[in-house]
Design a protein around this ligand. Structure first.
Ligand SMILES: C[S@@+](CC[C@H](N)C(=O)[O-])C[C@H]1O[C@@H](n2cnc3c(N)ncnc32)[C@H](O)[C@@H]1O
Length: 278
């Protein structure tokens, strides 16, 4: 269904990784055997806006303790753990990259949340779940990597129970991008294709999901990303030590290019909350 190689390589050499999280915790004097979700939650979220963004999604989706939630493209599991810890619900995380999947499992065990949170290795375009398995399907800043959005949203709707809620944020195409810009985003950020605000709204409707809310996050993210570039620059020597100087330099150039696309208006962000009514 998809050539997974580039996205897996991207996340296998990502500056935010398990080793980097554990080093940051150690620098705060926190031993792994004393780790709690209260502490971990501030180090393991790989999306924009930190915990505040999770809270907005949780509230807008109306997630309750009796819900079973699927996090599609769950990465190292930060949002899944936070959600399970805050609400007490069960969460399943699905991710394609083996290194992310393994980190998610290890960090969840360290935070003593494996009774509520489990992870599956698999592709969002061919989810290993039966129809109508989940009350909530969520995702944060990850579906931009998935090559076929109609198939992705159809899979999300398929595994959602009737009456269930799909709640996600994603990186969007906001204005036309040049061929060169899109080629760089594809090869360097592994965004094979980007949806628009209207495009996701149409896909949700076409899959029997009634939009309850959609928010344009473009201006907010343009500001957040300036700080995020600064954060990545502060990790530069860490990234070079782990993945080599070339990767560290390449990341810096790529991320600066990415952030600049937000400033110039070509890229944006959106939050979508929709209920499966069809
Ligand atoms: C930005 S990270 C996710 C971060 C997570 N939402 C968080 O906030 O911490 C994106 C993740 O999407 C995963 N991914 C990309 N394409 C995928 C696909 N087709 N199926 C499943 N996972 C995928 C990558 O392996 C990566 O771990």
């Amino acid at each position: 269904m998809t050539a997974a190689g580039p996205v897996v390589a991207f996340y296998d050499t990502h500056p935010i990784n398990e080793d980097q999280i554990l080093r940051a915790l150690a620098a705060r004097g926190i031993a792994t055997d004393a780790l709690t979700e209260e502490v971990l939650k501030d180090h393991d979220q790989d999306h924009f806006g930190g915990i505040e963004a999770n809270d907005l999604l949780i509230e807008a989706a109306g997630i309750r303790p009796d819900h079973i939630v699927l996090d599609v493209c769950s990465g190292m599991g930060g949002p899944a753990r936070y959600l399970a810890h805050r609400i007490g619900c069960r969460v399943v995380g699905l991710d394609l990259t083996e290194s992310r999947h393994a980190s998610a499992q290890r960090l969840t065990a360290l935070a003593h949340l494996d009774h509520l949170v489990e992870f599956r290795l698999g592709n969002a375009l061919e989810m290993p779940f039966a129809d109508a398995s989940f009350d909530i399907v969520m995702g944060q800043e990850a579906w931009c990597h998935v090559p076929h959005k109609p198939r992705l949203i159809a899979e999300c709707a398929r595994v959602l129970k009737p009456g269930g809620v799909i709640a996600f944020t994603d990186i969007l195409r906001r204005a036309p991008l040049t061929e060169t810009e899109m080629a760089r985003l594809t090869s360097e950020m592994t965004f094979p294709d980007l949806e628009t605000l209207d495009g996701y709204a149409r896909l949700l409707a076409a899959n029997g999901c009634t939009l309850a809310r959609r928010d344009d996050l473009s201006e907010l993210w343009a500001r957040i990303l300036i700080d995020r570039l600064r954060m990545y620059r502060s990790l530069g020597s860490d990234t070079a030590r782990k993945f080599g100087t070339a990767r560290s330099h390449q990341w810096d150039e790529t991320y600066a290019f990415f952030v600049e696309r937000f400033a110039s208006g070509g890229l944006g962000g959106g939050r979508f909350i929709a209920r499966r009514t069809g």
